[in-house]
Write a protein that binds this ligand. Sequence first.
Ligand code: CO8
Length: 374
Amino acid sequence: MHKVAITGTGIFTPEEVITNAELVASYNEYALRQNALHAAAIEAGEREPMPMSSEEFILKASGIEQRHVMSKFGIVDAGIMHPVLPERAEDELSIMAEISVKAADEALKKAGLIAGDIDAVICAASNHERAYPAIAIEVQQALGIKGFAFDMNVACSSATFGIQLAADMVRTGSVRAVLMVNPEITSGHQEWRDRDCHFIFGDVCTAVVIQRAEDVKAAGAYEVLSTRCITEFSNNIRNNNGFLRRTREGHMADRRDMQFHQEGRKVFKHVVPMVADLMLGHLADENIEPSELARLWLHQANKGMNDMIGQKVLGREPSREEQPNVLQDYANTSSAGSIIAFSKYSDDLPSGSLGVICSFGAGYSAGSVIVRRM
Ligand code: CO8
């Protein structure tokens, strides 16, 4: 058995940004137009008017101030209300592979590795732009990596589940090093016309190199001490789009359930204790006291949720240094959120420091990765 380490991380951040003010302005314009269009039905009591969104609500309910997106103009155009991305020819690099390669270049550089050092690529993300061939195999080819590659999806927990899978493969010796990428183009499956969720998501791609601890070349790596993943079926976060769509009558229509939808309050209520129990149980089984933790790199879905989880795990309010948030700048980037936090806030800790990378989301699914700075 080999010891396992995370030796490099990378982030690709799209240049375009939508502030809450811009988002609310375009949504409210869309809602006003819809209400004018359906004025007679609303007047007759046959239809509810679309409610207005507000910047104050978004900041208070979520802690989000802005989000990065791959393409802004369609989202903020009240006549379009979704991103517009040009279709690529089959012989061009696909958009998810392109942003994966950008994040991967940074992660490999930090790890001090080249393509020939990697034996497997995992593309772990909450949606993939096509069914096959796997995005991971395209990334593998673009980077000139030998070995094998595959895609996986556990929604917001894709990255921690990917780390567990990679760590298990490295530990048992089937591979020397794994490159995991998390290209999250959430803007494609977000419903920008629904004020209850139009503010939640943003686009990004992260990459992580996981390899044998004895092979580490870069300074400041983190040993993966232990991983734990759990799932529990719930319909409270759901997207019904899928390959059987055209087989079902009425499913080709512009149906609300073909984009992300959730029961946000229920998710909040169910997932906070589930995640706190997972982390506390995992730490106890590894004989680590929560007071020994220098940092929590949590999934970035909602500031209130993270504050409550941190409080339950540490038994007191975590400081901003102990539990860094990137939510205000990136919004919820699904599986990439905890990796952005880890990538941006892990270089400062001294050798021996303990921390937990933790994700949670649709499924329900939650993953906990206990790491120690080497
Ligand atoms: N502006 C003004 N008012 C609003 C707005 C708005 N934008 N939105 C809602 N309101 C209103 C509501 O209608 C409601 O009004 P009323 O009281 O009259 O009914 C009131 O404000 C309160 O609404 P909520 O109860 O919904 O508000 P909450 O305080 O619960 O906050 C949150 C809503 C922020 C969504 C919160 O519940 C939350 O964050 N929950 C956690 C959910 C979560 O984290 N989900 C993440 C899952 S993501 C995941 O797993 C990945 C899936 C795959 C990726 C998909 C990418 C697209």
